[in-house]
Design a protein around this ligand. Structure first.
Ligand SMILES: Cc1cc2nc3c(=O)[nH]c(=O)nc-3n(C[C@H](O)[C@H](O)[C@H](O)COP(=O)(O)OP(=O)(O)OC[C@H]3O[C@@H](n4cnc5c(N)ncnc54)[C@H](O)[C@@H]3O)c2cc1C
Length: 382
């Protein structure tokens, strides 16, 4: 019997990966706290809706006993997908939601986070805890936060996302630039602010592609929509373009120039965006990354295997990591945390490498001349 249950476990980051792990361990009596830099659960606007996959995101929710809560909060029909060309013509529609919903239901990030938070014991998540540094302390860790707090933990799990500050304590391996930069925007009350796009969206998702560029638009349950362009650019483009992404006019002008061969219908999104735009250069972890296991420190989700969003796997992988890590911690075949973490990392790295490989192929294909046919094959072939 291993003694991991008696250890104090600190999870850094209350994203879907960290919260799923907290729930899966806490329901078996493990001693868990989650430390999150946000001041509360509503501190930031939440991004696009997520489709959860049966073998990963949904499997984790099932093990967490949260399928009823999920069924009460997912968005039937939100997986309706339209593939649209740059001129605004619908070239493919996937309306077979009755059959597909059972496999890839969509849920908004806010409700997913709420389901997970509500499943945890009170005060499990310590908000306003911005991780700064880790120091070894007699086999445990001293964890320092920006607000001056210092806590100890026997085991630390990095679930702090794409720019993880804990990852460098585990490995110096850094992600590589995928070649694509996203510009992300949002429209509140899309029915009135962007009626043409709202109608085209039809409560689901639009994948628009043309001239090696993409524009993905998703409806959200609160009546808003989110969208993001994808363009082949140099890694430093966002910084060196001179565009102030908080200035709507500058972004509108950039879109007109960069997407000059696209129909003006798409401009509606940029001219009526409700919040500042965010440029996001897309990175991916090397497919062959590995490191020496540490007995009391590991990572999951984007911290471990960041990848672009073009296969819809990021959240699903983060939640599956949580499931597999919790299973290893609970497995008494492992004598101690080092054996458990080693087994988790072995299977996680293999799976993440295969998924990142597939994601990079999809990223490339969706920004190639044949993008539309590629996506029709992927969606039509499901
Ligand atoms: C534009 C876009 C679209 C996407 N679309 C999809 C999609 O359709 N499907 C999909 O599966 N994935 C998608 N993804 C990827 C997905 O968002 C991530 O893979 C997923 O959120 C990773 O979960 P995580 O828990 O590992 O990290 P995160 O969700 O990033 O959570 C990390 C948490 O850690 C906190 N944190 C960060 N630093 C610190 C610190 N120093 N101290 C304390 N807390 C900290 C953060 O505030 C956050 O709450 C998309 C990503 C982008 C950018």
């Amino acid at each position: 019997m291993n003694n991991i249950k008696n250890k104090k476990i600190a999870i850094i980051g209350a994203g879907p990966g960290g919260l799923t792990l907290a729930r899966l361990l806490q329901m078996d009596g493990f001693n868990i706290n989650v430390y999150e830099r946000d001041t509360n659960e509503n501190a930031r606007p939440k991004g696009a809706t997520l489709d959860l996959h049966e073998e990963s995101g949904l499997a984790a929710l099932q093990a967490a006993g949260l399928m009823n809560a999920f069924m009460a909060n997912y968005r039937p029909g939100a997986d309706r997908t339209r593939i649209v060309d740059q001129h605004g013509n619908i070239v493919f529609e996937d309306n077979d939601t009755e059959n597909r919903e059972a496999f890839r239901p969509e849920i908004d990030r806010g409700p997913l986070q709420k389901i997970l938070l509500d499943s945890l014991e009170k005060d499990t998540v310590i908000w306003n805890s911005h991780f700064v540094s880790l120091k070894p302390d007699n086999g445990s860790w001293l964890i320092e936060f920006k607000n001056g707090d210092i806590v100890t933990a026997d085991i630390v799990i990095a679930a702090d996302g794409a720019n993880s500050k804990i990852r460098p304590y585990i490995t110096p391996v850094r992600p590589f630039y995928s070649g694509i930069t996203i510009v992300e925007g949002a429209v509140y009350s899309s029915a009135t602010a962007t009626p043409k796009m709202h109608a085209l969206l039809n409560g689901g998702k639009i994948f628009a592609m043309g001239n090696e560029k993409s524009l993905i638009v998703s409806s959200k349950g609160d009546g808003s929509l989110v969208f993001y362009t994808g363009c082949n650019t140099a890694e430093a483009w966002a910084k060196e373009s001179g565009i102030n992404f908080s200035d709507q006019n500058q972004v509108v002008n950039w879109f007109k120039r960069e997407f000059s061969d696209w129909d003006p219908i798409w401009l509606e999104l940029f001219e009526n965006a409700s919040a500042a735009f965010v440029p996001r250069p897309q990175y991916c972890m090397p497919l062959d990354q590995s490191w020496e296991t540490i007995s009391n420190l590991t990572m999951l989700g984007d911290a471990a295997h960041l990848m672009p969003p073009y296969a819809g796997e990021g959240v699903n992988m983060a939640m599956l990591d949580a499931l597999e890590l919790s299973e290893c911690f609970k497995d008494n075949h492992f004598q101690n945390s080092k054996e458990a973490i080693s087994a988790y990392e072995k299977q996680m790295l293999k799976r993440a490498s295969e998924t990142a490989d597939m994601t990079m192929q999809s990223t490339k294909a969706l920004h190639s001349a044949d993008a539309i046919n590629f996506l029709i094959d992927v969606i039509g072939g499901e």
